[in-house]
Write a protein that binds this ligand. Structure first.
Ligand code: NAG
Ligand code: NAG
Ligand code: NAG
Ligand code: NAG
Ligand code: NAG
Length: 603
C-alpha cells in the first residue's frame, strides 16, 4: 500500500475525529494482528495489513483468540519473536503512544508470560514487561524528528506482542510551561522534552470517563478506591455549570465531565471541622512525577468563599487556594495546576490531601475535581527501570543473585557485543586458514549466511566468558581494544566503529545493574557502530586508510598468567542448534540479538 493511501486513511480518521473538536495531525490507530478494521467509539483501528508498511519485523505472526469475535481490538494480536520496529511519520511535537495488551494463548505463544521491552528512539517505555491481564499503557512523547519509532524487543527466548497501537498528536498547549516543584522552591525546566507515562488519571466525585467523552480519547477513572477515609467526603455533580474561561483550562485540558464533578470535604456545615481529605496512589519509586490538579468551584454560591490548602506527601503546595481570584472573578471556571515531585521518589506512594485554610469564611471546605499523575523519564531516559534479568533464570539463580548474576549477565552482554563485532566484520573479511592461530576465539569459520554461518565461543562456558570479557575490557580500559581483533580483520575496521563497540561492551560490564544498558540500548549502539563501519565498506571496501592495521602482538599475549582460557570453537551451524540451551544464568538467545544486526547488514 502506498504512502498516499495511508495518508488518506489518516485523513479519513481525522474526519471522524472532527466531531470531537480537536483534530490530531497524526492519528495512527492499528488493530494489530487483525485482517479487519474495527471501529471503537467512533475511531477506526485499521487492519494490520494496512499498517504493515510501517513495521520491520523478522517474521509475521498474526494471532487471533478463540473468541471468534472480530468486533474489538483485544481479540487479535501481533507476535514478535525478534526485535521489531514500527516507524511512524509524524510532525514534530508531542504524541500519545498507547499500547493495548490483552494476553491470550495462541498456538505455543502464551502471551501472559511473554517478557519484552518497548522503546522509542529516545526513551525506554517498558522493560522486563509482562502483560498478565488486559492493560493499556499510555505515554506522552515529545518527538523532535519527523518520525516516531517504536521498537519491541523480546527478552531472552521470549517474544513480544501487542493487540493495538495508537500514535496520536497531542495539542501543543496541553503540556507547556514550567511546573513548580513540590516541597522546594523553583520550577522544573525542560518539561517539553520530558517523556511521560500516565499512571493515574482520575475524575474526582464522578464516573469513569471513556474515550468517547474526552476530546483527546483519554480515560478517567473514578476516585473512590484512592480515598483514604471515605466517610469524610461527599460528591458533587454540576456538569452544566462548568465555565471554560479563555486563557485558562480548555476542553482539551479536561472534559466537562471532569470539571463538573468533585469530591468535597464533608464538613456537614460544621464550622469547627478540622480534617483533611486524602487520596493515596501507589507509584514506582526511583522516578519523579508530574501532577496536574483540576479544579472547578461548583460548590460555592458566590465569589471568594472557598479557601483551602493543597498538600502533596504532607507538604503544603498551595495555601489559601481561591479559585475565583485565579480565574479573574469567574465562578465555576475550569482551572488546572501543575507540579513536579522534587526528586526521585523514595517511597511507593504519592499522598494528596486537601484541607481547610485558616482564611475560610463560612465553614471549612475543600474540593478536588480531577488529578493526573504522570511518571517522568529518569536521567537515563527510561520510564521503566527493569533489570533485564533473563527470563528462564529465576529458579537457578535466585540463591546467589547479586554478584554472580551481575557478572555473568554483564559479561554475557559484553560477549554478545564483542561477538557481534566479530561476526559482522568477519563476514566481510577472508576466513583464516588455521583456526588455532586466530587471536580471539570469537571468530567465524566457513562461508557465512545469516542463518548459520557463525561460530562463537561456546556460550555455556560461563567462567571462560567472564575471563574473556575481562581480558577484552583490560584492553578497552587501556584504550587499545584493537588488540583483540582477529588478525584476519586487520585493516578492515574503522576506529570510531571499534570505539563504539568497546564503549558498549564496557557499559555492559558495569558493576551495578542500573548502570548497565538495556538489551534494546545494546542493539542500537551496535547498529550505530555498524553504521559507522558500513560508511566505509559501502564507500571503498579496499581502502584501508583510516582502518586499524597490523599489530605486533601474538596469540600468547592472551594466554598469559593464570588466566588460562580454553574456549571451544563451535562448528558451523552448531550455535543455532544450541541456542535453546544457552547458559542458564543468561537465557539470552544470541541469534535473536543478532537477527537485527544481520538484517541491517542485508539492507
Ligand atoms: C479499513 O478502513 C479504511 C478506511 O478507514 C478503508 O479504506 C479500508 O477499505 C478498510 N479495510 C477493510 C478491510 O475494511
Ligand atoms: C458522554 O457523552 C454523552 C453525550 O455525548 C452523554 O450523554 C454521557 O452522559 C456522557 N457520559 C459521561 C460519563 O460523561
Ligand atoms: C528501580 O525500581 C525498583 C522498584 O521497582 C526500585 O526499588 C529501585 O530503587 C529503582 N532503581 C532506580 C535506580 O531507580
Ligand atoms: C492536613 O495535612 C497536612 C499535611 O499532612 C497537615 O500539616 C495539616 O495539619 C492537616 N490539616 C488538618 C486540619 O488535619
Ligand atoms: C528525560 O529525558 C530527557 C532526554 O530525552 C532528559 O533531557 C531529561 O533530563 C530526562 N528527565 C529527567 C527528569 O531526568
Amino acid at each position: 500500500m502506498g504512502v498516499e493511501k495511508f495518508g488518506f486513511l489518516i485523513w479519513v480518521s481525522c474526519l471522524i475525529c472532527l466531531c470531537h473538536g480537536y483534530v490530531p495531525v497524526n492519528n495512527y490507530l492499528i488493530n494489530c494482528g487483525s485482517s479487519t478494521n474495527v471501529t471503537v467509539t467512533g475511531r477506526v483501528f485499521i487492519s494490520d495489513k494496512l499498517a504493515s508498511n510501517l513495521l520491520t519485523s523478522p517474521n509475521e505472526i498474526l494471532a487471533a483468540s478463540n473468541r471468534n469475535s472480530n468486533s474489538d481490538i483485544y481479540q487479535t494480536a501481533r507476535i514478535f519473536t525478534g526485535v521489531s520496529k514500527y516507524r511512524f511519520s509524524v510532525t514534530r511535537g508531542r504524541h500519545w503512544v498507547r499500547l493495548h495488551f490483552n494476553p491470550f494463548q495462541y498456538q505455543n505463544f502464551q502471551m501472559g508470560s511473554a517478557k519484552f521491552s518497548v522503546s522509542s528512539q529516545t526513551h525506554v517505555l517498558l522493560s522486563d514487561f509482562t502483560g498478565k491481564s488486559r492493560v493499556m499503557k499510555e505515554y506522552s512523547l515529545s518527538v523532535a524528528a519527523d518520525h516516531l519509532e517504536l521498537t519491541f524487543t523480546p527478552l531472552g527466548d521470549s517474544f513480544a506482542f501487542v493487540n493495538a497501537l495508537e500514535v496520536v498528536s497531542v495539542p501543543d498547549t496541553l503540556i507547556s510551561g514550567d511546573p513548580s516543584f513540590v516541597g522546594s522552591p523553583g520550577k522544573f525546566q525542560g518539561m517539553s522534552w520530558q517523556a511521560l507515562e500516565t499512571v493515574y488519571r482520575v475524575n474526582m466525585g464522578g464516573p469513569r470517563v471513556t474515550p468517547s467523552n474526552d476530546t483527546l480519547s483519554r480515560i478517567w477513572e473514578p476516585d473512590s478506591e484512592f480515598i483514604v477515609e471515605k466517610n469524610l467526603v461527599k460528591i458533587v455533580s454540576k456538569i452544566a455549570s462548568v465555565n471554560y474561561v479563555p486563557g485558562f483550562a480548555t476542553e482539551e485540558t479536561a472534559p466537562r465531565t471532569v470539571y463538573g464533578t468533585c469530591t468535597e470535604m464533608n464538613s456537614a456545615d460544621n464550622p469547627s471541622s478540622k480534617f483533611n481529605v486524602t487520596w493515596d496512589f501507589d507509584v514506582d519509586p526511583g522516578f519523579q512525577y508530574f501532577l496536574r490538579f483540576h479544579f472547578c468551584d461548583i460548590v460555592s454560591k458566590a465569589l471568594n468563599q472557598l479557601y483551602f490548602n493543597l498538600y502533596v506527601d504532607s507538604m503544603l503546595v498551595v495555601e489559601h487556594l481561591d479559585l475565583s481570584s485565579y480565574l479573574s472573578n469567574t465562578l465555576s471556571g475550569a482551572y488546572s495546576m501543575d507540579f513536579v515531585t522534587g526528586s526521585a521518589k523514595q517511597t511507593k506512594r504519592i499522598r494528596v490531601s486537601i484541607g481547610p485554610s485558616s482564611l475560610h469564611t463560612d465553614y471549612p471546605n475543600a474540593i478536588l475535581n480531577g488529578l493526573e499523575i504522570m511518571k517522568m523519564n529518569n536521567s537515563k531516559s527510561q520510564l521503566s527501570n527493569g533489570t533485564f534479568l533473563p527470563s528462564g533464570s529465576s529458579s537457578t539463580t535466585k540463591k546467589n543473585v547479586g554478584m554472580i548474576v551481575g557478572v555473568t549477565v554483564g559479561s554475557f552482554l559484553a560477549l554478545v557485543v564483542l561477538g557481534g563485532f566479530f561476526l559482522l566484520y568477519k563476514k566481510r573479511g577472508r576466513d583464516p586458514d588455521d583456526h588455532s592461530k586466530t587471536w580471539i576465539p570469537l571468530s567465524s569459520n566457513g562461508t557465512t549466511s545469516s542463518s548459520n554461518g557463525t561460530t562463537i565461543a561456546n556460550p555455556t562456558l560461563t567462567r571462560e566468558m567472564v575471563n574473556l570479557a575481562e581480558w577484552a575490557m583490560k584492553w578497552q580500559k587501556k584504550g587499545h581494544l584493537e588488540h583483540i581483533i582477529d588478525p584476519s580483520l586487520r585493516g578492515k575496521i574503522r576506529p570510531d566503529s571499534l570505539r563504539k563497540f568497546g564503549e558498549t561492551g564496557e557499559k555492559c560490564l558495569a558493576d551495578y545493574g542500573v548502570d548497565r544498558p538495556s538489551m534494546g540500548d545494546v542493539l542500537w549502539n551496535l547498529e550505530y557502530a555498524l553504521q559507522l563501519q558500513e560508511a566505509v565498506i559501502d564507500g571503498d571496501p579496499e581502502d584501508s586508510t583510516n582502518m586499524i592495521g597490523e599489530l605486533p602482538l601474538r596469540f600468547n599475549d592472551y594466554n598469559h598468567g593464570d588466566t588460562s582460557v580454553n574456549v571451544s570453537v563451535a562448528k558451523e551451524g552448531q550455535f543455532d542448534e544450541e541456542e535453546s540451551s544457552v547458559d542458564d544464568s543468561s537465557g539470552v538467545s544470541m541469534s535473536k540479538v543478532f537477527s537485527q544486526l544481520v538484517k541491517s547488514e542485508g539492507r
